[in-house]
Design a protein. Structure first.
Length: 444
């Protein structure tokens, strides 16, 4: 049975099961003002007797995740949370998915007003500012010294949740891989060796060879799609030249203005001038490979299913010996939670080996746990190169940046200017100066 068919069947079976089961006898549908489905969720019942709670105080936790609440993710998370509630009958939960467009406004309002959730998701760019404001619980005192995650999670994944030596969150990690159309590769005579890139030139040549032309010599399918102002593309491309790349230093000043950065950008500009690269339409909902406009793109491994649905059996992942980007969403515990002990315990349960395996099986989410790599690979043989990429993936910096959302605006503007033809060296200098000006002003 194919991967996607297996996922769909599991979701259907579980949906039937969920109709008849739950964490407690009382449950409700919790919606975000009707803007996103949240499915079943358990509601605290203070009338429970000692027999049902084991003599423990009834605790109801609220959990907010960003996203549309697609059935596959909703089911996966509820399966994990229901397992905890089965072992801890005094605990119930309300799980709410909120669209990204509304998420941070509502989260900020909730946190500031003291009505925020017990456990919440944060995008990479928001973790630094929310932690700096004191809303993320320091998890050090809640994590056992013998926690298996210390050794099992890849260092890059685990280290990304630390600030000043203390753990404040954990990644729901995502790497950035170069996906490609297998049918185009075969038609264009691309070899397996060429699909294993070891140098920047290997990558550039692959983009050229993956480009499809019509009989008149006009490009029919571009070799690569780029995000014209994207820091993700910048980081992945520059990491091919500089294994120690970071966007900022420990003091948050700019670290990206390097010779390697100019080389990477000039290499891309050369491909653009050749006409083998197209640019992502920010208003589009489907990009690059999935949209059929390009034979390759830089994407999160979680987008594999979207491209595979568009071109069944024809989506592959390029094996990449060079570094790439590690990014993702964080989960954190609210420092103002009324039940921090239980919230921290549920948080660790979400990141346990057993729970992460469920999330992989039901939603194809990569865990970051080394011991689960083989099980993740069993989901799809194409994930071999995803696992390989994770071992060479690094975040923008291991220092949380409370000003990320501010400094990245001018960075993106500079990137767009370079892609349109501005001199790489001088524009990078301007970007660095602007970045450092923001940091200096904020520190006053």
């Amino acid at each position: 049975m194919g991967f996607m068919k297996k996922i769909k069947m599991v979701v259907l079976i579980l949906a039937v099961i969920l109709i008849f089961t739950g964490c407690s006898t009382a449950s409700k549908n919790s919606s975000d003002n009707g803007s996103s489905p949240s499915g079943e969720s358990a509601e605290a019942d203070t009338s429970k007797t000692e027999d049902t709670t084991g003599g423990k105080k009834a605790v109801n936790l609220t959990i907010w995740l960003a996203g549309s609440g697609d059935a596959i993710y909703d089911t996966a998370y509820r399966t994990v949370l229901d397992a905890y509630c089965k072992e801890n009958p005094n605990v119930t939960y309300e799980l709410t998915f909120i669209p990204w467009t509304d998420y941070f406004t509502k989260l900020n309002t909730g946190l500031i007003g003291g009505a925020g959730p017990d456990i919440f998701m944060l995008g990479y760019g928001q973790m630094g500012s929310i932690q700096d404001l004191g809303y993320c619980l320091n998890l050090d005192q809640y994590i056992p010294e013998d926690w298996d995650g210390y050794d099992d999670f890849y260092e890059n994944v685990l280290k990304s949740g630390y600030k000043d030596g203390s753990l404040y969150g954990l990644f729901a990690p995502s790497t950035r891989v170069w996906e490609y159309r297998k049918d185009i590769a075969e038609a264009n005579g691309v070899t397996e060796e060429e699909l294993y890139i070891k140098t920047p030139d290997d990558f550039y040549n692959l983009v050229r060879k993956m480009t499809v032309y019509d009989d008149s010599g006009k490009v029919k399918t571009y070799g690569l799609e780029l995000d014209p102002d994207g820091e993700q593309d910048f980081f992945a491309l520059t990491s091919m030249y500089d294994e120690e790349l970071a966007l900022w230093n420990d003091d948050l000043t700019a670290a990206f203005n390097k010779e390697a950065s100019a080389k990477a950008l000039d290499g891309m500009k050369a491909l653009i001038e050749e006409g083998v690269v197209c640019f992502r339409d920010p208003s589009a909902t489907i990009f690059g490979v999935a949209a059929g406009t390009a034979a390759m793109d830089l994407t999160a491994e979680t987008n594999y299913a979207v491209s595979e649905a568009a071109y069944p059996g024809n989506i592959g992942i390029v094996k990449n010996d060079m570094n790439t980007l590690l990014i993702g969403n964080y989960l954190a515990v609210n420092a103002a939670s009324r039940n921090p002990d239980t919230a921290a315990e549920v948080f660790l349960h979400l990141y346990s080996k057993e729970s992460q395996q469920v999330l992989a099986e039901k939603a194809a989410l990569y865990s970051g746990r080394k011991s689960l790599d083989d099980a993740y690979l069993e989901l799809n043989p194409e994930f071999e190169n995803v696992i390989y990429a994770y071992q060479k993936s690094y975040p923008y910096s291991f220092t949380m940046n409370k000003l990320y959302s501010t400094v990245i605006v001018d960075f993106r503007t500079g990137m767009e200017l370079i892609i349109k033809g501005a001199d790489s060296v001088s524009t990078l200098e301007d970007m660095e100066a602007q970045w450092n000006s923001v940091i200096a002003t904020a520190d006053k």
